[in-house]
Unconditional design. Structure first.
Length: 276
């Protein structure tokens, strides 16, 4: 779907580049409608030469030229970015933040009048256009604003709508989740090494197994427990392996990891609120 909406990026890092790549590949926007600014000149040169976008070092120009502005800066740089952005803002524009742990109320605090804000939690598989992004809006944004943000993030994967109060849990699950999966992959690969497989073979087997299992879960739409039962025959190899995992508390470890990451995300957001 082509949008006739100029889009600006404040920050031209990896996530911004993934979005630019996805938006242009899907023909959602054209290069002349894509504006990006960054403090690193080399990034601007790279983005302009590779994608043909309007890469500039002038933040006001990006804001003036864009209907939707995506704040793609690190949380520690949000104060500086918002301080520069707020005086230039106009009410018809949509502000989209992908800064982890930064609450909408913190963003609103930089503006005299509440701007239209959509807060988004993407994850790193967006870098290969296979991410999942959760979106939550404030009261000033309407359904059309949320739909616009959704269409932008669908260029880098799937989207879900949530309440802002759920974004900490989203961070704990899908935001941090790729690291849990990579850790699981490491364990599978090292298990293969222990059993005598070459590393290249073990890695190929492990990666494709996880990818294939995820595709089954997505396409077959069965309960996960039922998919597991498909592999688990009485007295077979799989049930013996699962027994070891359950004795070690595998499910509980994952649940506690999600809980700990959620709690930390909440703490970071509360610290920002206190400092604002």
């Amino acid at each position: 779907m082509k949008l006739r909406v100029p889009v600006g990026f404040i920050g031209g890092g990896n996530m911004a580049e993934a979005m630019i790549q996805g938006l242009l590949a899907a023909k959602t926007i054209v290069p002349s409608d894509c504006w990006v600014c960054d403090i690193i000149e080399d990034r601007l040169t790279h983005l302009k030469s590779k994608y043909g976008v309007m890469a500039v070092s002038d933040t006001p120009q990006v804001i003036r030229s864009s209907r939707a502005v995506i704040l793609a800066v690190k949380p520690q740089n949000m104060e500086k970015a918002l301080t520069a952005l707020a005086p230039l803002w106009s009410k018809e524009k949509l502000l989209i933040s992908i800064a982890a742990g930064v609450p909408i109320s913190y963003i609103e605090g930089f503006f005299e009048k509440k701007p239209k804000v959509v807060r988004v939690m993407p994850n790193t598989p967006a870098l290969v256009l296979a991410g999942i992004s959760a979106l939550a809006k404030n009261e000033a944004a309407d359904e059309k604003d949320l739909a616009l943000a959704e269409s932008l993030f669908q260029a880098i994967g799937e989207t879900v709508r949530v309440e802002e109060s759920q974004l900490d849990a989203v961070t704990g699950l899908s935001g941090s989740g790729p690291a849990y999966v990579f850790s699981f992959l490491e364990g599978l690969i090292e298990g293969g090494l222990k059993m005598g497989l070459p590393r290249s073979v073990a890695q190929k087997l492990a990666v494709q197994t996880v990818l294939g299992a995820a595709q089954m879960a997505r396409k077959m739409d069965w309960p996960i427990s039922q998919l597991k039962e498909m592999v688990t025959s009485p007295g077979g190899t799989t049930i013996h392996g699962l027994h070891v995992m359950e004795k070690a508390g595998f499910h509980g470890i994952l649940m506690e990891a999600v809980e700990a990451a959620t709690r930390r995300s909440r703490e970071l957001g509360q610290a920002l609120k206190k400092g604002s």
